[in-house]
Ligand binder design. Sequence first.
Ligand SMILES: Nc1ncnc2c1ncn2[C@@H]1O[C@H](COP(=O)(O)OP(=O)(O)OP(=O)(O)O)[C@@H](O)[C@H]1O
Length: 300
Amino acid sequence: MTKAFGRTIALDAVNLAVPAGAVFGFLGPNGAGKTTLLRIMTGLSRATSGSLRILGMPVGTDAPGTRQDVGYLPDVPAFYDWMTASQTLHFAGRLHGLEGQRLTTRVHELLDFMKLDGNSQAVGKYSRGMRQRLGVAQALVNSPKLLLLDEPTSALDPGGRKELLEFIGGLRGQTTVFFSTHILSDVERVCDSVAILDKGKVLSQSTMDELRARHGQQTIAVEVSADADRLARTIAGKSWCISVHPGPRGEIMAKVSDVAAAQHELPALISDQGTGLVRLESAEISLEDVFLELVGESLP
Ligand SMILES: Nc1ncnc2c1ncn2[C@@H]1O[C@H](COP(=O)(O)OP(=O)(O)OP(=O)(O)O)[C@@H](O)[C@H]1O
């Protein structure tokens, strides 16, 4: 689908498929188009062209069965500021047709999980993190089949973030979770599939395992006591070496296709050169490396 705001193309022929039951990370820098897509997915905004199906149903119609199966946390959740958290969740639950003991039990569960139980403050006095936790609870009130979360951890402290990510991970297989973020470690921690979006275009879409396999070279860091330039040239000529570049502390960083061969040969190469080995380390390529390689700019 494509979405244009005047001359700004916020989504440019985006084509995505999210497997049922997946925890799907939608990753992109500021302004990539994440919120725009989520708003279209909820029916709050319409695509300029193209189409979208959610749980098998076309979005943008009032077909029964879709909206009550979807939960949504907007990027800036809005509430009636004079209500308490409990009143907010009772209200949201009633809109979904919940009532009586089922509603009361669900509200208590969610308040307890989001650490908002016993809080009689009006929501208007909440901090940003508390509003985000209430927003997640509100998105969950109807036990949705599809949970859409727009940057769910952006205002949370480390403890709150860990708990929410663990909770999201626990939904795997039962609820499809589609969450946008620019926090790479959240995706690495919890997602099994990821799409990388930049300037409205999907640059990559795959499972985390495929992503690692595709960008699966490893990096080896070598620090020697002298003659690093000469060693870098020798390494660059080896069949297992993909590229060599200097590291932040002057060490040699080599992307290699066969880490075992590199580890086997390097000590002998260094010794032949008559220099001392200070450090030899290998590191698996991170999502940050892949993201920067694809997006090609510094992180937000
Ligand atoms: N209502 C609007 N009117 C005009 N332009 C808009 C509107 N909403 C979004 N845009 C533009 O569309 C592009 C994508 O914006 P969007 O909010 O979807 O990005 P995002 O990936 O969610 O960014 P962030 O991580 O900063 O929240 C941006 O260039 C933005 O300026």
